[in-house]
Design a protein around this ligand. Structure first.
Ligand code: ZN
Length: 412
């Protein structure tokens, strides 16, 4: 019960968190010094952020580039009363400060890629409440590169899953070849080329609409849906003349990218994520020889909300994983002054780490920690190139076609 006599907790904090202090193994001081990045402030993220703010995690970083829609209000409690179109991250931060004025909350309404790399380096762990494969994959890369825990979850209809990635201990999100297949299928379906399956005609109709209008067709506008239906049926007649033409409902089912979802399932999964987070924070800040709070659940957890049952699946690492497998691109962390020239940096690295430079294809540096990808020219200094503290870059052009990741800790 050390929290009652703690010198770092204020009188108000002691009164507020009184009941938590009585939990076996609990340490409020640990939570107060902890920081967590929450990616995605939607159905899951709102609940996770609320839970972690309420238990008193000292610093929360909220990231979401989306804005509030009216249809969010049946489950995303932090947005009640906020105007449609306002930033989810900013409104959530404002509400959470009201709920717990003793913690620090930073909000970023930008893509995950544009959050300063220093933050990914400094926080204790990441939690995902994301709905896209791309964003998960981005956060997974940061988790593996920075060796941080990542707690992922997702919901679909009445089911949910939750999964803690402990890099290099259990499978990361890229270890699963299923993800690769899903991406491949999406990639294979483009506007050009013959549709391989009848359903592709609808996807092509949607893609055509998107190219024409800069956004997908809105299923609430019948003329927009009709546009997709007509084009899809035209393609269907051309390539699959034996098939019956698509109805409006069939088209809506395929082009609607909003998963059915309900607050009860979101809350179950978000609470599981939050509880694992509390344990992980205790583990990270408790010395090895001392008793740690509980065990981290490292299996993939599935919840069936209709039967009320949980299922656990062990997720062994994939030795061939491009992110965490044995043939992955190696990552090095180096300290370097901002006025250092990039060409010098590569030369020094090559000598220090015994990575001979390829004379035929000399080194090139690529930006990966930003939504603006691309080459960085070597004749600049680090500050001229606009490289940020703790930014990771990809460097190619060493012997045998090898490449490396470099994380640059800037000084001076
Ligand atoms: Zn992996």
């Amino acid at each position: 019960m050390t929290n009652f006599t703690s010198k770092t907790l204020t009188k108000e904090e002691k009164r507020r968190f009184d009941r938590q202090f009585r939990l076996p193994g609990w340490n409020q001081e640990i939570l107060k010094q902890s920081s967590v990045l929450i990616a995605g402030i939607g159905g899951l993220g709102v609940e996770i952020a609320k839970n972690l703010a309420m238990v008193g995690v000292g610093h929360l970083i909220l990231v979401d580039l989306d804005t509030i829609e009216y249809s969010n209000l049946n489950r995303q409690i932090l947005f009640i009363g906020a105007p449609e179109g306002a930033s989810k991250a900013k409104i959530a931060a404002k509400k959470l400060r009201e709920m717990n004025p003793f913690i620090r909350i930073d909000a970023f309404d930008c893509p995950l890629q544009d959050v300063p790399p220093r933050i990914y380096n400094d926080v204790d762990m990441y939690i995902a409440g994301l709905d896209s494969i791309e964003a998960r994959s981005e956060l997974n890369r940061r988790a593996v590169h920075n060796k941080k825990f990542l707690i992922d979850a997702g919901t679909a209809v009445y089911n949910g899953h939750a999964y803690v990635v402990s890099p290099f201990t259990n499978a990361c999100l890229e270890c699963d070849p299923l993800t690769e297949r899903a991406q491949d299928q999406l990639g294979a379906c483009t506007l050009v080329g013959k549709p391989r399956r009848p359903a592709h005609c609808i996807l092509k109709g949607q893609l055509r609409f998107e190219q024409k209008h800069g956004r997908p067709a809105n299923i609430l506008h019948s003329n927009e849906v009709q546009d997709v239906v007509s084009y899809a049926n035209k393609l269907l007649k051309e390539h699959f003349p034996q098939e019956k033409s698509f109805s409006v409902n069939q088209v809506i089912q395929i082009i609607d990218n909003h998963e059915p979802t309900v607050i009860t399932i979101n809350c179950v999964m978000a609470s599981l994520q939050s509880q694992e987070a509390v344990k992980i924070l205790h583990h990270l800040h408790t010395p090895m020889h001392k008793n740690r709070l509980g065990n981290i659940q490292l299996n993939y957890l599935i919840y069936n909300g209709l039967t009320g049952k949980f299922y656990e699946i062990e997720k062994p690492r994939n030795p061939k994983c491009e992110m965490c497998g044995k043939d992955r691109t190696p990552l090095f962390r180096i300290k370097v002054k901002r006025k250092f020239r990039l060409s010098q940096l590569i030369e020094r690295f090559s000598q220090d780490k015994k990575y001979p430079i390829d004379t035929e294809f000399p080194p090139m540096i690529f930006r990966i920690d930003s939504s603006e990808l691309g080459e960085i020219f070597l004749d600049q200094t680090i500050s001229e190139a606009g490289i940020k503290d703790c930014e990771t870059v990809l460097v190619t052009g060493f012997d045998d076609g090898s490449q490396i990741y470099l994380t640059l800790k800037l000084e001076g």
